[in-house]
Ligand binder design. Structure first.
Ligand code: ASP
Length: 323
């Protein structure tokens, strides 16, 4: 009798989650962004979320959970209920954190379900307007000569700004003081206010500041110039041979989320990425949607694994670790 009622309860539960997946979503859905509001990842997230809301018929609410280079926000999604009402939009940092952190509370390959790649955003090396170096060559000699005085802003170990700064400092063999923020939105505020000297940040946060002359820009981290900033040389052109960082973004759900739910989120993501307003906004900000074939779970799964493998030896060589 007891066994029978357990079986019935299990069957009822399974049936209700199938119905749940079929009717999903019946209430607002939360997209966790592991960085501060108003920053580059947040901008990508909100641009996509507004169109996903239309497709899903429910509001996709962006919640910013910044700190520890994005690992706190990712951890939040790993620990969330796998009912489709919480999902993650994160970037390249998800692939560097496993090498940078001695202990991570989750396994990015096992604890999340990939939905698809979103966009790959170039970064720009920028400084406060009062920073003396006029171009990249001068920047390198100035930073080397003043390494005890200059400060570099980033969004914590595991962020894209951390990765870019680490690669830059390794390339010029100079370490400077780094100042961590919960995202590059607050870092940008301090850069504009002159409290920190320079940083590397995505074009989704820097394009209008560069165009408006509010910051100095020394180069872009893609191997080709960015159409929205045609006068800005690539760092490769400027002298950092083969320097290349593309801040790819992806969407994930917590492990065990029903396939029917993941499929609905995936379809909503794909609809957003072919939307003309999203494409136009991305172009304005120096980026573009990933090709359709990469907006899929398999592409994101493979890309994440490849990126973890790619960055591990580079990080090991740089000798940077966090606890
Ligand atoms: N992209 C992050 C932000 O949105 C910062 C970073 O990764 O550097 O603030």
């Amino acid at each position: 009798m007891k066994f029978k009622s357990l079986v019935l309860a299990a069957a009822a539960f399974a049936a209700s989650s199938i119905v749940g997946a079929q009717t999903y979503p019946t209430k607002p859905v939360t997209m966790i962004v592991p960085f501060a509001a108003g920053g580059p990842t947040d901008t990508v997230a909100r641009t996509v979320a507004s169109v996903m809301s239309k497709t899903l018929g429910q509001t996709v609410v962006v919640e910013n959970v910044g700190g520890a280079g994005g690992t706190i926000g990712v951890g939040r999604v790993v620990a969330a209920a796998n009912d489709g009402y919480t999902f993650l939009l994160m970037h390249i940092g998800i692939s560097t954190a496993p090498s940078l952190y001695r202990t991570l509370k989750y396994d990015v390959n096992k604890d999340l379900e990939p939905i698809g790649l979103v966009t790959e955003v170039p970064m720009t090396l920028i400084a406060k307007t009062a920073f003396p170096p006029k171009d990249f060559k001068e920047l390198v000699s100035y930073v080397k000569a003043n390494k005890d005085k200059v400060s570099y802003a980033n969004a914590g170990i595991g962020s894209a700004s951390h990765l870019c700064g680490m690669l830059f400092m390794t390339a010029i063999q100079t370490d400077v003081l780094t100042v961590p923020y919960k995202g590059t939105a607050p870092a940008m505020t301090d850069l504009l206010g002159g409290q920190v000297d320079f940083m590397c940040d995505q074009t989704t946060n820097t394009t209008s500041q560069i165009k408006g002359g509010k910051v100095k820009a020394y180069g872009v981290t893609s191997l080709t110039r960015v159409a929205s900033l045609p006068d800005l040389p690539t760092l490769n052109e400027a002298g950092l041979k083969d320097f290349s960082v593309g801040v790819w973004h992806g969407v994930w759900t917590p492990k065990g989320t029903a396939k029917a739910i993941n499929d609905k989120l995936g379809a909503a993501l794909q609809a957003a990425l072919k939307d003309d307003t999203v494409k136009a906004r991305f172009a304005e900000l120096g980026t573009a949607p990933e090709p359709l074939a990469r907006q899929t779970p398999d592409a994101l799964r493979a890309h994440l694994a490849a990126e973890i493998t790619k960055w591990a030896p580079i990080i090991k060589k740089a000798g940077v670790y966090a606890d």
